[in-house]
Design a protein around this ligand. Structure first.
Ligand code: HEM
Length: 81
């Protein structure tokens, strides 16, 4: 697969609102989920993770521990940490 840009945690943290774009990280990947926020079955709770890691939230909401959720996430990948 083509190589994606590498971002720092600091750069990801700047993307923490719908206005600036909503980026999250998961297992070393960086995802721009701005367009997914309005589609999220769990509503605006998703914004709690904006600019940071999904792992702590997905540990609390085990509904995400399914293949189809990771497939959705993969569509939004923009880089690596
Ligand atoms: C449900 C995706 C982030 C909270 C779901 C579902 C999907 C999804 C596909 C439905 C799963 C199913 O029922 O089979 C995502 C993606 C995320 C994300 C792709 C990140 C990019 C978050 C975060 C939180 C959260 C950060 C909480 C802080 C919830 C809750 C539900 C849910 C509470 C259950 C909604 C319900 O069934 O009433 N999410 N989610 N999600 N999500 Fe997320």
């Amino acid at each position: 697969s083509p190589s994606l840009p590498v971002y720092t945690q600091e750069e990801v943290a700047k993307h923490c609102s719908l206005a600036e774009g909503v980026w999250v990280t998961y297992k070393g990947g960086v995802y721009d989920i701005t367009e997914f926020v309005a589609l999220h079955p769990g509503g605006e709770k998703i914004l709690l993770a904006a600019g940071g890691a999904l792992e702590p939230f997905w540990a609390l909401y085990a509904v995400h521990n399914q293949g189809h959720v990771l497939e959705i996430l993969s569509e939004y990948k923009v880089g690596e940490l």
